[in-house]
Design a protein around this ligand. Structure first.
Ligand code: NAG
Length: 463
């Protein structure tokens, strides 16, 4: 009832106000009353509210969260009295990508589910999708073909382009200087989506077609993709059955079982669907949204907000053990990028030459491993299959810490008064309020004391 009412209020009222602004107050009130009446009537028909009508749908979709949902777009010039930015360092996940080839094959199974759901509603009179959501579902087609694999999408290009533009506007002096491969270092992995993200970011910084020379991607990149070349990590984390144990227990537990049942019922199935079907619909829901921010994915209509939160937790559990605090190896394998910026800042302090910008483009695993290495977003308790409710306010939440384009930036300043060097860290463009620093501005001496050991103890020999 509430949603329908809100819909009418938000969507018809402005229209009514526009077209009838010359009419008198009494007539306005009549229009308002009829809107209320309409809402009451519609609610009487006992259908679930329409997903398509939600003005602010839940789009925290774990690692497929659109960057726009969590970023900070305030791009004001960052002014720090008597200080000058000397280096801008960033490590970013690639932007929104297409589904990979395997996922595309799986997503094709949705055509079968689509047909059944329509039949459930139209022939069997079961299911509770509203007419609008059902209509959208009928029109749905898979917006991707196998040959684009997991390449960057147009939306992904835009995300990185805007990110570059905004950082330029925050630190204009750094990006005004002559662009050469000595003044700007760029590195990405062997995937199209990270190379294309680098191009997009640089286009945003310097204008399209700037022609900054890019180095070749490395097969074994021990700086921005060390986990993929670390045998010990592969064996002890990636291939270790314990890594997915909590996730699997959660999937088999009552929260997810109830979810599977209620989604099946909502879609009109008398026989409960498999979790795999549910996950496939979730996948289509979140990809559709990330690819086309201005559109509604009919697959999201299968879920309530609570359903979406539980699905989010499934992925958080997996990532907590595969890239987070759930395994001690993760903070060790995540150190190289942290060491990289700390060492570069130390070089500047010693008077050595450093590029004005250092720009890395990689994958969500690396971003999460870096956060783990720094000790950020650590909860007091471990995420497990049994504490979903208690962890609702958790720090380790992939929607916030590894959406598309997730990025950590570090800026090094030289100052003419007081502490001679200072540091700021930004995560998804939000200035990080680090303990012991002054509103996000850290004295370099303090920063080294807090985080320097991550650099000095960083050693991947164990790999
Ligand atoms: C935007 O960012 C600037 C610089 O970081 C800050 O001073 C200002 O308060 C911010 N504005 C808003 C509206 O948050």
């Amino acid at each position: 009832m509430y949603t329908i009412y809100k819909y009418i209020l938000f969507h018809f009222l402005p229209l009514a106000l526009d077209s009838f602004s010359s009419l008198n107050r009494n007539k306005m009130i009549i229009i308002l009353l009829s809107a209320t009446l309409l809402a009451t009537l519609a609610a009487g028909q006992s259908q679930d509210s329409c997903y398509a009508d939600q003005t602010d749908p839940y789009i925290l979709f774990g690692t497929a969260t659109p960057y726009e949902a969590v970023s900070n777009t305030n791009a004001s010039y960052v002014y720090i009295d008597k200080c000058e930015a000397k280096q801008f360092w960033i490590i970013s996940r690639h932007g929104t990508r297409y589904a990979d080839a395997d996922e595309v094959d799986e997503l094709k199974d949705l055509y079968d589910l689509q047909e059944k759901i329509i039949k459930n509603h139209e022939k069997d009179g079961s299911g509770s999708l509203c007419a609008k959501d059902l209509e959208n579902l009928k029109l749905w087609t898979l917006q991707v073909v196998s040959n684009v694999k997991s390449d960057l999408t147009p939306q992904g290009y835009n995300d990185l382009y805007r990110l570059g533009e905004r950082f330029k506007s925050r630190f204009p002096a750094l990006f005004k200087q002559t662009v050469t491969k000595d003044s700007f270092k760029v590195q990405f992995t062997t995937k199209q989506r990270t190379a294309a993200s680098a191009i997009a970011f640089v286009d945003g910084l310097f204008g399209t077609g700037m022609g900054l020379e890019f180095p070749e991607a490395l097969e074994d990149d021990m700086l921005i993709k060390p986990y993929a070349s670390c045998k010990k990590w592969e064996k002890d984390v990636e291939e270790n059955k314990d890594t997915t144990k909590q996730m699997k227990k959660f999937e088999d537990g009552s929260t997810v079982t109830t979810l599977v049942g209620s989604v099946s019922k909502r879609l009109g199935f008398s026989k409960t669907l498999d979790l795999d079907d549910i996950l496939l619909m979730y996948s289509a829901c979140r990809y559709d949204k990330a690819w086309h921010l201005d559109k509604v994915s009919p697959w999201c209509a299968a879920f309530t907000e609570d359903d979406l939160k539980a699905l989010e937790y499934i992925e958080d559990l997996e990532l907590y053990y595969s890239t987070g605090y759930g395994n001690d190896l993760n903070k060790k394998v995540g150190c190289p990028p942290v060491k990289d910026f700390i060492d570069r800042f130390s070089d500047i302090e010693k008077g050595e030459q450093q590029p004005a910008g250092v720009l890395y483009f990689t994958h969500h695993e690396m971003i999460l491993l870096v956060l783990t290495s720094l000790g950020f977003d650590k909860d007091k308790e471990a995420l497990t299959s049994s504490n979903y409710d208690q962890m609702s306010g958790r720090e380790w939440r992939s929607s916030f810490i590894s959406p598309f384009t997730a990025n950590l930036a570090a800026v090094f300043f030289k100052c003419d008064a007081g502490e001679p060097y200072r540091v700021q860290l930004y995560f998804n463009e939000h200035l990080l309020d680090i303990n012991g620093c002054d509103q996000g501005l850290c004295d370099w001496s303090y920063f080294k004391q807090q985080f320097g050991s991550i650099s000095s103890s960083c050693n991947l020999d164990f790999c």
